[in-house]
Ligand binder design. Structure first.
Ligand SMILES: NC(=O)c1ccc[n+]([C@@H]2O[C@H](COP(=O)([O-])OP(=O)(O)OC[C@H]3O[C@@H](n4cnc5c(N)ncnc54)[C@H](OP(=O)(O)O)[C@@H]3O)[C@@H](O)[C@H]2O)c1
Length: 267
């Protein structure tokens, strides 16, 4: 295998399913060695490792809870001990625990903030520490390291019934910009990807019946649901030197979902 990410080492969190799985596979297809993090589903992570190594690539699967500080340190230790370094973090793990605000338990609020926001903080902090410790003459890229934070269109679109989720994604929007500002001088790039509706288990209710899909498509001007590969291709590009001058921004991969489609017919 060879490609834009030859010689790079990538850690993708939440790579046992959906978007993370697609991103990890695309990074490997672009030449990177890939650490595939999972929390509870080992089998799809192991299957992905087998698929990548079967194509001549390098991959390992590592269990860790991104909301646990000690687990995150171990996750990076195991990545570096497998591949010798780390160049790209895709902080992707995420969950939903939906409820109307009056019925939302503190446990459901905390679970989503812990994984979707604090988990991204813990992984980003660890990545920055590792990027800074790697000698400049060993870098495979122009940058000293790249962080891609998996956000959502809900970093800007309010979402009733999902206040915990939208709050975490809104937090990511400012975390990415603040981090990018803080570490650009070290040659480290920090960006977010904001997917719209992507066909994965997290939102199965929204696409697995014709009625649900038809309702969903009204929100997507481009007229189709997204696939993990749509996000994966954008992530490979954003991680590569082709995007070397890009930091502190969010790339929307959403078929126009964030374009206020309710105004298409003049509001
Ligand atoms: N699908 C969409 O339409 C959409 C849209 C916008 C944004 N996003 C974002 O994209 C990201 C991925 O979502 P997805 O749709 O691919 O969801 P998914 O298919 O449900 O996958 C979620 C992944 O996160 C992992 N995970 C959950 N809790 C974790 C924890 N505590 N520590 C480590 N990993 C954990 C899961 O691992 P295990 O299964 O092994 O536990 C799984 O690999 C999320 O941040 C989500 O908010 C998705």
């Amino acid at each position: 295998m060879s490609g834009r990410l030859d010689g790079h080492v990538v850690l993708v969190t939440g790579a046992s399913s959906g978007i993370g799985l697609g991103v990890a596979e695309a990074m490997a297809d672009a030449g990177a060695a890939v650490a595939i993090n999972y929390r509870s589903h080992r089998e799809p992570a192991d299957d992905l490792v087998a698929r990548i190594t079967g194509k001549g690539g390098r991959a390992v699967a590592i269990a860790a809870d991104v909301s646990d500080e000690a687990d995150v340190a171990r996750l990076f230790d195991e990545t570096v001990s497998a591949f010798g370094r780390i160049d790209i973090l895709v902080a992707n793990s995420g969950i939903q625990k939906d409820a109307a605000i009056a019925d939302m338990t503190l446990a459901d609020w905390n679970a989503v903030i812990d994984v979707n926001l604090t988990g991204q903080f813990l992984c980003s902090r660890e990545a920055l520490r590792r990027f800074r410790s790697q000698p400049a003459d060993t870098r495979p890229a122009r940058s000293a390291g790249v962080i891609i934070s998996m956000s959502s269109v809900h970093e800007i679109i309010p979402w009733a019934g999902h206040v915990n989720y939208a709050t975490a994604k809104g937090g990511i929007r400012m975390m990415v910009r603040s981090l990018a500002q803080e570490v650009a001088g070290d040659g480290i790039r920090v960006n977010a990807i904001a997917p719209g509706a992507i066909r994965t288990p997290i939102n199965q209710d929204a696409w697995d019946t014709p009625e649900a899909l038809e309702k969903l498509l009204r929100l997507i001007p481009y007229g189709r649901i997204g696939e993990p590969e749509d996000v994966a291709r954008a992530a490979v590009w954003l991680a590569s030197d082709e995007a070397d001058y890009i930091t502190g921004t969010t790339l929307f991969v959403d078929g126009g979902m964030a374009l206020y489609p309710g105004f298409r017919d003049n509001g």
